[in-house]
Structure formats: structure tokens, C-alpha cells
Write a protein that binds this ligand. Structure first.
Ligand code: ZN
Length: 104
């Protein structure tokens, strides 16, 4: 027996420092930044139903909405209001009569 079972003593201050190091993320918190800024997700609906002004984030959702709410009206993608395109289309108004040119 050479007295190996010497209990290690930690002061409260040491333990507190270890706990702090283990639980505090010092990486700067950038992980949620994109999420918070909303740049990635856009946040708002893109398409608007021409019949009832309901909005949907994508054309597929709009089609589903149309099928369920307006089954008697033929679904025409041209008539779906693309809110984003409306905002951006002003620069290309020199091309009248172009139909079915919705960006996929
Ligand atoms: Zn609708």
C-alpha cells in the first residue's frame, strides 16, 4: 500500500471555471444568424391566388390550393400572380404578349 488513493480536491472556484468552460459557447453565436436575418427563407409568400387572393410560398402549394378551393375553375399557371415576378418585371415591360414565361 503506497497511499495511492489520495483524494483529489477541487475548490469550488475550479469547478465553477470548468462548468463555465463546458457550457459556454465561445464560438460567437453565428449559427443562428442566417436564420434570424431571414435571408435564406425569404419569409413571405410568392404566389397569390387570382380568385381569392390567398398566398402560397410556391407554385405547387398554389396548385393544391386551387384544386381544393376552385375545382371548377381550370388551373392556369399564367393566372397565378407571382408576387416576386411582379416586383421584378417592371424592367422587362417592353415585351408585351409574352405568355407562359413564368420562371420555373
Ligand atoms: Zn384561391
Amino acid at each position: 500500500m503506497t497511499g495511492k488513493a489520495k483524494p483529489k480536491k477541487h475548490t469550488a472556484k475550479e469547478i465553477a471555471a470548468k462548468v463555465d468552460a463546458a457550457t459556454t459557447n465561445r464560438g460567437g453565436g453565428k449559427a443562428g444568424l442566417k436564420d434570424r436575418s431571414g435571408l435564406e427563407k425569404g419569409g413571405h409568400a410568392k404566389y397569390e391566388c387570382p380568385h381569392c387572393k390567398v398566398t402560397a410560398p410556391d407554385i405547387k402549394t398554389m396548385q393544391i390550393h386551387h384544386d381544393s378551393k376552385h375545382p371548377k375553375i381550370p388551373y392556369e399557371e399564367d393566372k397565378i400572380v407571382n408576387l416576386h415576378a411582379t416586383l421584378a418585371a417592371d424592367t422587362s415591360k417592353s415585351r408585351p404578349g409574352v405568355r407562359g414565361s413564368l420562371k420555373k
